[in-house]
Write a protein of this length. Structure first.
Length: 179
């Protein structure tokens, strides 16, 4: 983590640690992230330089109050808005999550699949990754029909591509070399 998002995430993590509120702040940030994901207007408010700091602060304050997000996370998001740094908020939230995971000894992994996995399949993936990592693993599922089947796993600096698309491309290349 570096740059503005990293500095803000680190400051937020330290504040949450001192107040023994790491999980509460995480829950509030997750709730706010969900709000961003669901609203194009909120995305526009956060990313557009057209809005003044006052407009952003008043809109964000109203949204936080309506969503019941307060305390450290609410104050933090309001502070970020007042400093005209909302454009970097998603990076700050990702940075905070990474710091929490590191503090708790949790490894994160991104698993790309062709279709939404069943609960049983997801549990199998988590268990396998936990065995490989030797630690708890936070799994983020990404659905990409272009891989046709199989899965692609990114965990730390490692990546395993067991997708059908990659295997078919390998066969195609092997056939070209033969012929």
């Amino acid at each position: 983590m570096s740059g503005v998002a990293g500095r803000y995430a680190t400051a937020l993590f330290e504040l949450a640690s001192e107040a023994s509120a790491i999980d509460a702040v995480s829950a509030d940030l997750d709730a706010f992230s969900a709000m961003i994901a669901e609203s194009d207007d909120l995305k526009r408010l956060i990313s557009s330089p057209v809005f003044t700091a006052e407009e952003q602060v008043s809109a964000i304050t109203a949204l936080l109050a309506k969503a019941g997000i307060g305390g450290i996370a609410g104050n933090f998001i309001g502070f970020v808005a007042s400093k005209r740094r909302l454009f970097a908020l998603s990076g700050m939230i990702r940075g905070y999550r990474a710091l929490v995971a590191e503090a708790k000894g949790i490894v994160s992994a991104e698993v790309t699949v062709a279709e939404e996995p069943s609960a049983k399949r997801l549990d199998e993936i988590r268990a396998t990754l936990k065995d490989v990592a030797g630690k708890d693993v936070a799994v983020a599922i990404k659905v990409d029909p272009a891989i046709i089947g199989g899965l692609v796993v990114k965990m730390g600096s490692r990546m395993v591509d067991a997708s059908l698309k990659t295997k078919l491309n390998s066969i195609r290349l092997a056939m070209k070399e033969v012929g």
